[in-house]
Write a protein that binds this ligand. Structure first.
Ligand SMILES: [Zn+2]
Length: 264
């Protein structure tokens, strides 16, 4: 394998954000990929450049991560391109709370349901559609919203850290129309213990978006939705204190701020 030692690219990234990478097309180049967090990430050819998107998980340690980008050519030559992903720290809010144990501990039945659903969700994220379903740029699922809150927020109940809040909470009164951030396939559309009425969309290449606490689900499991399509109505189902939209994005398993996808 030829190592193109002279070409060295540094990609700058932030904890909890999507990172878009592109390389120019060259004559005879037919496949480009690299490993990130033990998964093979494909670049896809769009126009005259190769594009890939990865997520920097919100818990990924800041630092420099060397990567080898593999280039395969029509004539079966293979080359590698040494590059680096530089992950910068982002400060996420932490709140410590003392609460009566009855508010933290679930009944055996609820715990069992939550555990089963967590397994089902892990199985969804471990799947990887090898073609991109998305088109154009990603959009905010609530028409009037321009930002969200709480992404990466860490809560510690009685000294026990909970999983960090892995989505953005958007203001949305009950009944507000919720739109698909981009085109994709509905891979979950049902009620979950913590999340209430939930819709998960697979956008391909490991990108998933989720919409939680809906008052109504308006899509069916397995159907394809278009960018901007109405998929449900905002609500307060599941373990929440009031109506809002919890909007989440995973990229090959990494938890990222959904708003970081909009830069694409
Ligand atoms: Zn939330």
């Amino acid at each position: 394998m030829e190592n193109l030692g002279l070409v060295f690219t540094i990609f700058m990234a932030l904890q909890g954000e999507a990172l878009f990478m592109n390389l120019p097309q060259e004559p005879g180049l037919k496949e480009v990929n690299f490993f990130w967090d033990d998964s093979l990430v494909p670049f896809v050819l769009r126009g005259d450049s190769w594009e890939a998107v990865i997520g920097i998980d919100l818990d990924k340690a800041p630092g420099e991560y060397p990567i080898d980008i593999f280039l395969s050519y029509e004539d079966d030559q293979v080359a590698s391109l040494r590059s680096m992903i530089h992950v910068e720290a982002k400060n996420f809010r932490t709140t410590e709370l003392s609460v009566s144990p009855q508010y933290v501990e679930l009944s055996e039945e609820d715990q069992q349901r939550a555990t089963e659903e967590a397994g089902e969700i892990r199985a969804i994220y471990s799947n990887f559609s090898s073609e991109p379903y998305w088109v154009k740029e990603f959009i905010v699922p609530v028409e009037s919203a321009t930002n969200g809150t709480n992404f990466g927020h860490r809560r510690v109940f009685n000294g026990q850290p909970r999983a960090p809040h892995s989505g953005a909470d958007l203001r949305a009164a009950k009944g507000t129309e919720i739109l698909a951030t981009n085109s994709g396939k509905v891979v979950l559309a049902k009620n979950l213990f913590f999340s209430g009425n939930a819709v998960f969309i697979d956008h391909g290449l490991g990108i998933y978006s989720t919409y939680l606490h809906l008052s109504e689900i308006m899509v069916e499991l397995g159907s394809f939705v278009e960018r901007g399509q109405l998929i449900g109505l905002a609500g307060d189902t599941g373990r929440v204190t009031g109506p809002h939209l919890h909007w989440g994005v995973r990229i090959i398993g990494a938890r990222v701020d959904p708003f970081s996808l909009l830069k694409f």
